[in-house]
Design a protein around this ligand. Sequence first.
Ligand code: FMN
Length: 482
Amino acid sequence: MKREVKYDSLRDWLALADGMGELRTIRGANCEEEIGALSDVAQHDEGAPALLFDDIPGYPKGHRVLVNAFGGKRQNVILGFPATLSKVELSTAFLGEYRAAKAGRVPFQVVDDGPVLENILEGAEADALKFPTPFWHPGDGGRYIGTGSFNVTMDPEDKWINAGTYRVMIHDSHKLGFYISPGKHGRIHRDKYAERGEPMPVAMVLGVDPLTFLIACSAMPSGVCEYDIVGAYRERPLKVVKGRHTGLPFPADAEIVVEGFVQPGATAPEGPFGEWTGYYGSPGDEAPVLDIKAIYHRDNPILVGCPPQRPPGESSRSRAILRSALIREDMQKAGVPDVTGVWAHEVGGARMLVGVSIKQRYPGHAKQAGHIAAQCAAGAYAGKYVVVTDEDVDVSDLGDLIGAMVFRSDPATSMDFITNAWSTALDPRIEPERKKAGDFTNSRVIIDACKPYHWKGEFPKLCLPDPDAVARAMRKFGHLMK
Ligand SMILES: Cc1cc2nc3c(=O)[nH]c(=O)nc-3n(C[C@H](O)[C@H](O)[C@H](O)COP(=O)(O)O)c2cc1C
Protein backbone atom coordinates (compact mmCIF):
# COMPACT_ATOMS: atom_id res chain seq x y z
CA MET A 1 0.00 0.00 0.00
CA LYS A 2 1.39 3.42 -0.98
CA ARG A 3 1.95 5.91 1.82
CA GLU A 4 0.91 9.55 1.64
CA VAL A 5 2.36 11.78 4.34
CA LYS A 6 0.01 14.74 4.38
CA TYR A 7 1.90 17.10 6.67
CA ASP A 8 5.32 18.66 7.07
CA SER A 9 5.46 20.55 10.35
CA LEU A 10 4.11 19.64 13.77
CA ARG A 11 1.50 22.36 13.33
CA ASP A 12 0.25 20.90 10.02
CA TRP A 13 -0.06 17.59 11.81
CA LEU A 14 -1.91 19.12 14.78
CA ALA A 15 -4.48 20.49 12.32
CA LEU A 16 -4.92 16.97 10.90
CA ALA A 17 -5.31 15.45 14.38
CA ASP A 18 -7.83 18.15 15.26
CA GLY A 19 -9.74 17.38 12.07
CA MET A 20 -9.89 13.72 13.16
CA GLY A 21 -11.35 14.85 16.50
CA GLU A 22 -8.25 13.52 18.29
CA LEU A 23 -6.84 16.66 19.89
CA ARG A 24 -7.88 18.36 23.13
CA THR A 25 -6.57 21.56 24.69
CA ILE A 26 -6.25 21.62 28.47
CA ARG A 27 -5.73 24.98 30.16
CA GLY A 28 -4.28 25.66 33.58
CA ALA A 29 -2.61 22.29 34.40
CA ASN A 30 0.72 22.73 36.18
CA CYS A 31 4.19 21.38 35.41
CA GLU A 32 4.86 20.26 38.96
CA GLU A 33 2.36 17.40 38.99
CA GLU A 34 -0.74 17.72 36.85
CA ILE A 35 0.67 17.49 33.31
CA GLY A 36 2.75 14.42 34.24
CA ALA A 37 -0.22 12.73 35.90
CA LEU A 38 -2.61 13.45 33.01
CA SER A 39 -0.02 12.26 30.49
CA ASP A 40 0.26 8.96 32.30
CA VAL A 41 -3.51 8.47 32.22
CA ALA A 42 -3.80 9.43 28.52
CA GLN A 43 -0.85 7.37 27.35
CA HIS A 44 -2.20 4.22 28.95
CA ASP A 45 -5.54 4.59 27.23
CA GLU A 46 -5.27 3.41 23.63
CA GLY A 47 -8.22 5.54 22.54
CA ALA A 48 -7.18 8.76 24.29
CA PRO A 49 -6.68 11.94 22.25
CA ALA A 50 -3.49 13.97 21.99
CA LEU A 51 -3.37 16.60 24.74
CA LEU A 52 -2.13 20.15 24.20
CA PHE A 53 -1.50 21.97 27.48
CA ASP A 54 -1.75 25.77 27.42
CA ASP A 55 -2.00 28.54 30.03
CA ILE A 56 0.50 26.66 32.15
CA PRO A 57 0.91 28.41 35.52
CA GLY A 58 4.18 30.37 35.67
CA TYR A 59 4.70 30.48 31.88
CA PRO A 60 3.49 32.81 29.13
CA LYS A 61 0.19 31.90 27.46
CA GLY A 62 0.95 30.11 24.21
CA HIS A 63 4.04 28.30 25.53
CA ARG A 64 2.55 24.83 25.22
CA VAL A 65 3.28 21.17 25.91
CA LEU A 66 1.95 18.39 23.66
CA VAL A 67 1.63 14.77 24.81
CA ASN A 68 0.16 11.52 23.51
CA ALA A 69 0.75 12.61 19.93
CA PHE A 70 1.52 9.07 18.78
CA GLY A 71 -1.46 7.28 20.28
CA GLY A 72 -4.64 5.82 18.80
CA LYS A 73 -5.24 5.89 15.07
CA ARG A 74 -3.07 8.99 14.83
CA GLN A 75 -0.08 6.75 14.24
CA ASN A 76 -1.66 5.53 10.99
CA VAL A 77 -1.92 9.11 9.74
CA ILE A 78 1.59 9.89 10.99
CA LEU A 79 2.95 7.07 8.81
CA GLY A 80 0.75 8.10 5.86
CA PHE A 81 -1.87 5.31 5.90
CA PRO A 82 -5.64 5.15 6.41
CA ALA A 83 -6.92 5.07 9.97
CA THR A 84 -8.69 1.80 9.16
CA LEU A 85 -5.51 -0.34 9.15
CA SER A 86 -4.99 -2.60 12.18
CA LYS A 87 -1.68 -2.44 14.04
CA VAL A 88 -0.30 -5.45 12.16
CA GLU A 89 -1.47 -4.12 8.79
CA LEU A 90 0.08 -0.77 9.65
CA SER A 91 3.41 -2.35 10.57
CA THR A 92 3.42 -4.39 7.33
CA ALA A 93 2.48 -1.35 5.24
CA PHE A 94 5.20 0.69 6.94
CA LEU A 95 7.78 -2.02 6.23
CA GLY A 96 7.06 -2.00 2.50
CA GLU A 97 7.32 1.77 2.28
CA TYR A 98 10.33 1.97 4.59
CA ARG A 99 12.21 -0.47 2.33
CA ALA A 100 11.53 1.78 -0.62
CA ALA A 101 12.55 4.89 1.34
CA LYS A 102 15.79 3.32 2.56
CA ALA A 103 16.71 2.32 -0.96
CA GLY A 104 16.15 5.81 -2.39
CA ARG A 105 17.24 8.23 0.30
CA VAL A 106 16.44 11.91 -0.26
CA PRO A 107 19.19 14.15 1.20
CA PHE A 108 18.11 16.92 3.55
CA GLN A 109 18.03 20.42 2.08
CA VAL A 110 19.77 23.30 3.85
CA VAL A 111 17.75 26.54 3.72
CA ASP A 112 18.55 30.01 5.13
CA ASP A 113 15.39 30.63 7.05
CA GLY A 114 12.48 28.89 8.71
CA PRO A 115 9.96 29.28 11.53
CA VAL A 116 12.41 27.91 14.11
CA LEU A 117 14.46 31.09 13.64
CA GLU A 118 11.56 33.35 14.70
CA ASN A 119 13.31 33.72 18.07
CA ILE A 120 17.06 33.36 18.53
CA LEU A 121 18.30 33.56 22.10
CA GLU A 122 21.97 33.72 23.00
CA GLY A 123 24.05 34.47 26.12
CA ALA A 124 22.00 35.07 29.27
CA GLU A 125 18.81 35.04 27.22
CA ALA A 126 19.34 31.41 26.19
CA ASP A 127 17.46 30.13 29.21
CA ALA A 128 16.10 26.56 29.14
CA LEU A 129 13.83 27.34 32.10
CA LYS A 130 11.74 29.65 29.94
CA PHE A 131 9.83 26.66 28.53
CA PRO A 132 7.20 24.84 30.58
CA THR A 133 8.86 21.52 31.40
CA PRO A 134 6.92 19.03 33.49
CA PHE A 135 8.11 16.70 36.19
CA TRP A 136 6.90 13.62 34.30
CA HIS A 137 7.10 11.09 37.14
CA PRO A 138 7.09 11.79 40.88
CA GLY A 139 10.55 10.25 41.45
CA ASP A 140 12.34 12.02 38.58
CA GLY A 141 15.59 13.73 39.49
CA GLY A 142 14.69 16.84 37.51
CA ARG A 143 12.58 18.35 34.77
CA TYR A 144 13.06 16.43 31.52
CA ILE A 145 12.79 18.82 28.61
CA GLY A 146 13.85 16.14 26.10
CA THR A 147 11.50 13.16 25.77
CA GLY A 148 9.60 13.69 22.51
CA SER A 149 12.86 15.05 21.14
CA PHE A 150 16.09 14.04 19.45
CA ASN A 151 19.75 14.98 19.68
CA VAL A 152 21.73 15.77 16.55
CA THR A 153 25.43 14.91 16.52
CA MET A 154 28.15 14.42 13.95
CA ASP A 155 30.68 11.62 13.78
CA PRO A 156 34.02 13.44 14.21
CA GLU A 157 35.77 10.96 11.90
CA ASP A 158 33.34 10.11 9.14
CA LYS A 159 31.31 13.34 9.47
CA TRP A 160 27.91 11.71 9.19
CA ILE A 161 24.98 13.25 11.04
CA ASN A 162 22.89 11.20 13.47
CA ALA A 163 19.54 12.04 15.04
CA GLY A 164 18.58 9.90 18.05
CA THR A 165 16.14 10.32 20.94
CA TYR A 166 18.05 10.47 24.20
CA ARG A 167 16.47 11.89 27.34
CA VAL A 168 17.46 15.44 28.33
CA MET A 169 17.26 16.90 31.85
CA ILE A 170 17.52 20.55 32.84
CA HIS A 171 20.37 21.23 35.30
CA ASP A 172 19.89 24.99 35.26
CA SER A 173 19.12 27.81 32.82
CA HIS A 174 22.22 27.19 30.74
CA LYS A 175 23.11 23.55 31.29
CA LEU A 176 21.38 20.33 30.24
CA GLY A 177 22.26 16.71 31.03
CA PHE A 178 21.55 13.81 28.71
CA TYR A 179 21.74 10.04 28.91
CA ILE A 180 22.73 7.78 26.01
CA SER A 181 22.95 4.03 26.43
CA PRO A 182 26.23 2.40 25.37
CA GLY A 183 26.19 1.33 21.74
CA LYS A 184 23.70 3.93 20.49
CA HIS A 185 24.95 6.01 17.58
CA GLY A 186 24.99 9.24 19.59
CA ARG A 187 26.99 7.45 22.28
CA ILE A 188 29.55 6.24 19.76
CA HIS A 189 29.91 9.83 18.52
CA ARG A 190 30.23 11.02 22.10
CA ASP A 191 32.91 8.45 22.92
CA LYS A 192 34.88 9.43 19.83
CA TYR A 193 34.91 13.11 20.84
CA ALA A 194 35.97 12.10 24.35
CA GLU A 195 38.83 9.97 22.97
CA ARG A 196 40.00 12.95 20.92
CA GLY A 197 39.67 15.30 23.93
CA GLU A 198 37.48 17.62 21.83
CA PRO A 199 34.22 19.37 22.73
CA MET A 200 31.21 17.68 21.14
CA PRO A 201 28.70 19.90 19.32
CA VAL A 202 25.08 18.89 19.92
CA ALA A 203 21.73 20.28 18.75
CA MET A 204 18.67 19.13 20.70
CA VAL A 205 15.40 19.29 18.80
CA LEU A 206 12.67 19.52 21.44
CA GLY A 207 9.56 19.52 19.30
CA VAL A 208 9.17 18.48 15.70
CA ASP A 209 6.73 16.74 13.37
CA PRO A 210 5.89 13.19 14.48
CA LEU A 211 7.32 11.37 11.45
CA THR A 212 10.78 12.84 11.99
CA PHE A 213 10.54 11.99 15.68
CA LEU A 214 9.53 8.37 15.04
CA ILE A 215 12.37 7.81 12.60
CA ALA A 216 14.86 9.45 14.99
CA CYS A 217 13.89 7.15 17.85
CA SER A 218 14.13 4.00 15.71
CA ALA A 219 17.18 1.91 14.89
CA MET A 220 18.26 3.24 11.50
CA PRO A 221 21.46 1.92 9.93
CA SER A 222 24.77 3.31 11.16
CA GLY A 223 26.23 5.98 8.87
CA VAL A 224 22.81 7.01 7.58
CA CYS A 225 21.28 10.35 8.51
CA GLU A 226 17.70 9.88 9.72
CA TYR A 227 16.74 13.11 7.93
CA ASP A 228 17.41 11.44 4.56
CA ILE A 229 15.09 8.58 5.39
CA VAL A 230 12.41 11.04 6.50
CA GLY A 231 12.86 12.87 3.16
CA ALA A 232 12.53 9.69 1.16
CA TYR A 233 9.55 8.49 3.17
CA ARG A 234 7.81 11.84 2.77
CA GLU A 235 8.92 12.10 -0.87
CA ARG A 236 10.30 15.61 -0.38
CA PRO A 237 13.52 16.70 1.30
CA LEU A 238 13.48 17.65 4.96
CA LYS A 239 14.33 21.34 5.10
CA VAL A 240 16.92 22.21 7.71
CA VAL A 241 18.75 25.29 8.94
CA LYS A 242 22.21 25.22 10.44
CA GLY A 243 22.97 26.24 14.02
CA ARG A 244 25.03 29.43 14.33
CA HIS A 245 27.45 27.89 16.80
CA THR A 246 27.65 24.20 15.96
CA GLY A 247 26.78 24.22 12.26
CA LEU A 248 24.57 21.19 12.96
CA PRO A 249 21.41 20.93 10.84
CA PHE A 250 17.96 20.90 12.45
CA PRO A 251 14.46 21.02 10.93
CA ALA A 252 13.54 24.52 9.77
CA ASP A 253 10.06 24.14 11.19
CA ALA A 254 11.09 22.65 14.54
CA GLU A 255 9.41 24.14 17.60
CA ILE A 256 12.38 24.52 19.97
CA VAL A 257 16.07 23.74 19.40
CA VAL A 258 18.93 24.08 21.87
CA GLU A 259 22.50 23.95 20.66
CA GLY A 260 25.78 23.89 22.50
CA PHE A 261 28.86 21.91 23.36
CA VAL A 262 29.81 19.13 25.72
CA GLN A 263 33.28 19.76 27.14
CA PRO A 264 35.46 16.65 27.51
CA GLY A 265 35.07 15.17 30.99
CA ALA A 266 32.32 17.60 32.10
CA THR A 267 29.63 15.62 33.91
CA ALA A 268 26.92 16.13 36.53
CA PRO A 269 24.42 13.83 38.23
CA GLU A 270 21.55 12.99 35.87
CA GLY A 271 18.41 11.03 36.75
CA PRO A 272 16.78 9.06 38.13
CA PHE A 273 14.07 9.03 35.48
CA GLY A 274 10.96 6.89 35.09
CA GLU A 275 11.75 4.73 32.08
CA TRP A 276 10.09 2.60 29.37
CA THR A 277 10.30 -0.47 31.58
CA GLY A 278 8.03 1.25 34.09
CA TYR A 279 10.85 1.50 36.63
CA TYR A 280 13.37 4.13 37.63
CA GLY A 281 16.14 2.22 35.89
CA SER A 282 19.26 3.78 37.34
CA PRO A 283 19.64 5.71 40.58
CA GLY A 284 21.07 8.84 38.97
CA ASP A 285 24.60 8.73 37.66
CA GLU A 286 27.13 11.15 36.28
CA ALA A 287 26.32 12.06 32.68
CA PRO A 288 27.73 14.60 30.22
CA VAL A 289 26.62 18.22 30.39
CA LEU A 290 25.69 20.45 27.47
CA ASP A 291 26.66 24.12 27.80
CA ILE A 292 23.92 25.97 25.95
CA LYS A 293 25.13 28.45 23.35
CA ALA A 294 21.82 29.27 21.67
CA ILE A 295 18.13 28.48 21.76
CA TYR A 296 15.93 28.83 18.69
CA HIS A 297 12.16 28.68 18.90
CA ARG A 298 8.97 29.41 17.05
CA ASP A 299 6.52 31.98 18.37
CA ASN A 300 4.25 30.26 20.88
CA PRO A 301 6.49 27.17 20.98
CA ILE A 302 5.24 23.65 21.62
CA LEU A 303 7.41 21.31 23.67
CA VAL A 304 6.65 17.72 22.62
CA GLY A 305 6.57 15.25 25.50
CA CYS A 306 6.80 11.50 25.05
CA PRO A 307 7.61 10.52 28.63
CA PRO A 308 8.39 6.84 28.99
CA GLN A 309 6.12 4.91 31.32
CA ARG A 310 5.01 1.47 32.44
CA PRO A 311 4.13 -0.48 29.30
CA PRO A 312 1.86 -0.93 27.48
CA GLY A 313 1.48 2.74 26.72
CA GLU A 314 1.72 5.26 23.93
CA SER A 315 5.36 4.85 23.12
CA SER A 316 5.46 1.05 23.42
CA ARG A 317 2.47 0.87 21.04
CA SER A 318 3.96 3.12 18.38
CA ARG A 319 7.38 1.54 18.79
CA ALA A 320 5.87 -1.93 18.39
CA ILE A 321 4.65 -0.91 14.93
CA LEU A 322 8.09 0.24 13.80
CA ARG A 323 10.31 -2.22 15.65
CA SER A 324 8.34 -5.27 14.52
CA ALA A 325 8.82 -4.07 10.94
CA LEU A 326 12.52 -3.33 11.41
CA ILE A 327 13.25 -6.73 13.01
CA ARG A 328 11.47 -8.41 10.12
CA GLU A 329 13.53 -6.40 7.66
CA ASP A 330 16.78 -7.34 9.43
CA MET A 331 15.79 -11.03 9.48
CA GLN A 332 15.12 -10.97 5.78
CA LYS A 333 18.45 -9.24 5.11
CA ALA A 334 20.18 -11.92 7.20
CA GLY A 335 18.69 -14.55 4.90
CA VAL A 336 16.01 -16.11 7.12
CA PRO A 337 13.34 -17.38 4.72
CA ASP A 338 9.58 -17.50 5.19
CA VAL A 339 9.16 -15.23 8.18
CA THR A 340 5.40 -14.80 8.31
CA GLY A 341 5.07 -12.52 11.33
CA VAL A 342 7.06 -10.55 13.90
CA TRP A 343 5.67 -8.68 16.86
CA ALA A 344 7.69 -6.75 19.44
CA HIS A 345 5.13 -6.81 22.22
CA GLU A 346 3.89 -3.62 23.79
CA VAL A 347 3.86 -5.16 27.25
CA GLY A 348 7.63 -5.72 27.02
CA GLY A 349 8.24 -2.11 26.03
CA ALA A 350 8.38 -3.31 22.40
CA ARG A 351 11.80 -4.79 23.20
CA MET A 352 11.83 -7.53 25.82
CA LEU A 353 9.26 -9.94 24.37
CA VAL A 354 9.34 -10.67 20.64
CA GLY A 355 7.13 -13.18 18.87
CA VAL A 356 8.19 -14.56 15.48
CA SER A 357 6.24 -16.88 13.21
CA ILE A 358 7.77 -18.85 10.34
CA LYS A 359 6.70 -21.36 7.79
CA GLN A 360 9.26 -24.05 8.69
CA ARG A 361 11.26 -25.15 5.67
CA TYR A 362 14.07 -27.22 7.20
CA PRO A 363 15.33 -28.61 10.51
CA GLY A 364 16.96 -25.78 12.49
CA HIS A 365 14.98 -23.04 10.75
CA ALA A 366 13.28 -22.04 14.00
CA LYS A 367 16.58 -21.79 15.89
CA GLN A 368 18.08 -19.65 13.15
CA ALA A 369 15.06 -17.35 13.13
CA GLY A 370 15.08 -16.98 16.92
CA HIS A 371 18.78 -16.24 17.29
CA ILE A 372 18.75 -13.71 14.49
CA ALA A 373 15.63 -11.96 15.84
CA ALA A 374 17.43 -11.75 19.19
CA GLN A 375 20.69 -10.36 17.80
CA CYS A 376 19.92 -8.39 14.63
CA ALA A 377 20.42 -4.61 14.67
CA ALA A 378 16.80 -3.77 15.45
CA GLY A 379 16.35 -6.54 18.03
CA ALA A 380 19.68 -6.80 19.83
CA TYR A 381 19.42 -3.95 22.33
CA ALA A 382 17.59 -4.69 25.60
CA GLY A 383 15.86 -7.84 24.40
CA LYS A 384 15.02 -10.77 26.66
CA TYR A 385 12.46 -13.29 25.41
CA VAL A 386 12.09 -14.41 21.79
CA VAL A 387 9.40 -16.97 21.02
CA VAL A 388 9.39 -18.59 17.58
CA THR A 389 6.33 -20.44 16.43
CA ASP A 390 4.49 -21.59 13.31
CA GLU A 391 2.69 -19.55 10.70
CA ASP A 392 -0.78 -20.48 11.97
CA VAL A 393 -0.20 -18.44 15.15
CA ASP A 394 -0.93 -14.71 15.25
CA VAL A 395 2.18 -13.63 17.14
CA SER A 396 0.79 -10.11 17.65
CA ASP A 397 -1.89 -11.61 19.88
CA LEU A 398 -0.35 -12.06 23.32
CA GLY A 399 -2.72 -14.90 24.24
CA ASP A 400 -2.05 -16.81 21.04
CA LEU A 401 1.70 -16.33 21.37
CA ILE A 402 1.87 -17.48 24.97
CA GLY A 403 -0.52 -20.33 24.16
CA ALA A 404 1.81 -21.54 21.42
CA MET A 405 4.78 -21.26 23.76
CA VAL A 406 3.04 -23.26 26.47
CA PHE A 407 1.70 -26.04 24.26
CA ARG A 408 4.31 -26.36 21.49
CA SER A 409 7.52 -26.06 23.50
CA ASP A 410 9.22 -28.40 25.93
CA PRO A 411 11.04 -26.45 28.65
CA ALA A 412 13.98 -28.82 28.98
CA THR A 413 14.79 -28.98 25.28
CA SER A 414 13.24 -25.97 23.51
CA MET A 415 15.23 -23.14 25.06
CA ASP A 416 18.57 -21.63 24.13
CA PHE A 417 20.24 -19.00 26.25
CA ILE A 418 22.54 -16.19 25.23
CA THR A 419 24.54 -14.52 27.98
CA ASN A 420 26.37 -11.18 28.16
CA ALA A 421 24.10 -9.62 25.53
CA TRP A 422 23.73 -5.89 24.76
CA SER A 423 21.38 -4.34 27.26
CA THR A 424 21.10 -1.20 29.31
CA ALA A 425 21.47 0.27 32.77
CA LEU A 426 17.71 0.81 32.58
CA ASP A 427 17.03 -2.95 32.85
CA PRO A 428 15.64 -3.25 36.39
CA ARG A 429 16.86 -6.85 36.74
CA ILE A 430 20.59 -6.15 36.37
CA GLU A 431 22.20 -6.37 39.81
CA PRO A 432 23.39 -3.09 41.38
CA GLU A 433 26.96 -4.45 41.68
CA ARG A 434 27.16 -5.22 37.97
CA LYS A 435 25.70 -1.83 37.08
CA LYS A 436 28.28 -0.13 39.31
CA ALA A 437 31.00 -2.04 37.48
CA GLY A 438 29.61 -0.83 34.14
CA ASP A 439 28.30 -4.26 33.17
CA PHE A 440 24.93 -3.59 31.56
CA THR A 441 24.64 -6.93 29.79
CA ASN A 442 21.77 -9.36 30.26
CA SER A 443 20.79 -12.81 29.09
CA ARG A 444 18.32 -13.90 26.41
CA VAL A 445 16.15 -16.91 25.96
CA ILE A 446 15.13 -18.16 22.54
CA ILE A 447 12.10 -20.41 22.88
CA ASP A 448 11.44 -22.75 20.00
CA ALA A 449 7.65 -23.06 20.10
CA CYS A 450 7.33 -24.52 16.62
CA LYS A 451 5.89 -27.97 16.08
CA PRO A 452 9.13 -30.03 16.03
CA TYR A 453 10.17 -30.12 12.40
CA HIS A 454 10.86 -33.85 12.05
CA TRP A 455 7.45 -34.91 13.41
CA LYS A 456 5.33 -31.85 12.75
CA GLY A 457 2.98 -33.94 10.58
CA GLU A 458 2.15 -36.01 13.66
CA PHE A 459 1.71 -33.03 15.99
CA PRO A 460 -1.82 -33.16 17.43
CA LYS A 461 -4.29 -31.11 15.43
CA LEU A 462 -5.81 -27.96 16.95
CA CYS A 463 -9.38 -28.66 17.97
CA LEU A 464 -11.00 -25.73 16.24
CA PRO A 465 -14.56 -25.78 14.94
CA ASP A 466 -15.23 -25.63 11.22
CA PRO A 467 -15.63 -21.88 10.43
CA ASP A 468 -18.60 -22.62 8.16
CA ALA A 469 -20.29 -24.55 10.94
CA VAL A 470 -19.70 -21.61 13.31
CA ALA A 471 -21.20 -19.18 10.78
CA ARG A 472 -24.24 -21.42 10.22
CA ALA A 473 -24.84 -21.89 13.95
CA MET A 474 -24.37 -18.22 14.71
CA ARG A 475 -26.85 -17.23 12.03
CA LYS A 476 -29.39 -19.50 13.63
CA PHE A 477 -28.73 -18.94 17.36
CA GLY A 478 -26.29 -16.02 17.66
CA HIS A 479 -29.02 -13.53 18.62
CA LEU A 480 -29.77 -15.57 21.75
CA MET A 481 -26.17 -15.22 22.92
CA LYS A 482 -26.11 -11.40 23.02
C1 FMN B 1 10.59 8.51 24.25
C2 FMN B 1 11.92 7.86 24.03
C3 FMN B 1 12.98 8.12 24.87
C4 FMN B 1 14.22 7.52 24.67
N1 FMN B 1 15.25 7.82 25.52
C5 FMN B 1 16.46 7.27 25.34
C6 FMN B 1 17.54 7.62 26.18
O1 FMN B 1 17.40 8.41 27.12
N2 FMN B 1 18.75 7.06 25.93
C7 FMN B 1 18.94 6.16 24.93
O2 FMN B 1 20.06 5.70 24.74
N3 FMN B 1 17.92 5.81 24.11
C8 FMN B 1 16.68 6.34 24.28
N4 FMN B 1 15.65 6.00 23.46
C9 FMN B 1 15.86 4.99 22.41
C10 FMN B 1 16.60 5.56 21.23
O3 FMN B 1 16.03 6.76 20.81
C11 FMN B 1 16.60 4.58 20.06
O4 FMN B 1 17.29 3.43 20.47
C12 FMN B 1 17.22 5.15 18.80
O5 FMN B 1 17.28 4.16 17.82
C13 FMN B 1 18.60 5.70 19.08
O6 FMN B 1 19.12 6.30 17.93
P1 FMN B 1 20.40 5.68 17.22
O7 FMN B 1 19.93 4.34 16.66
O8 FMN B 1 20.69 6.66 16.14
O9 FMN B 1 21.43 5.54 18.25
C14 FMN B 1 14.41 6.61 23.62
C15 FMN B 1 13.34 6.35 22.76
C16 FMN B 1 12.12 6.95 22.96
C17 FMN B 1 10.98 6.67 22.02
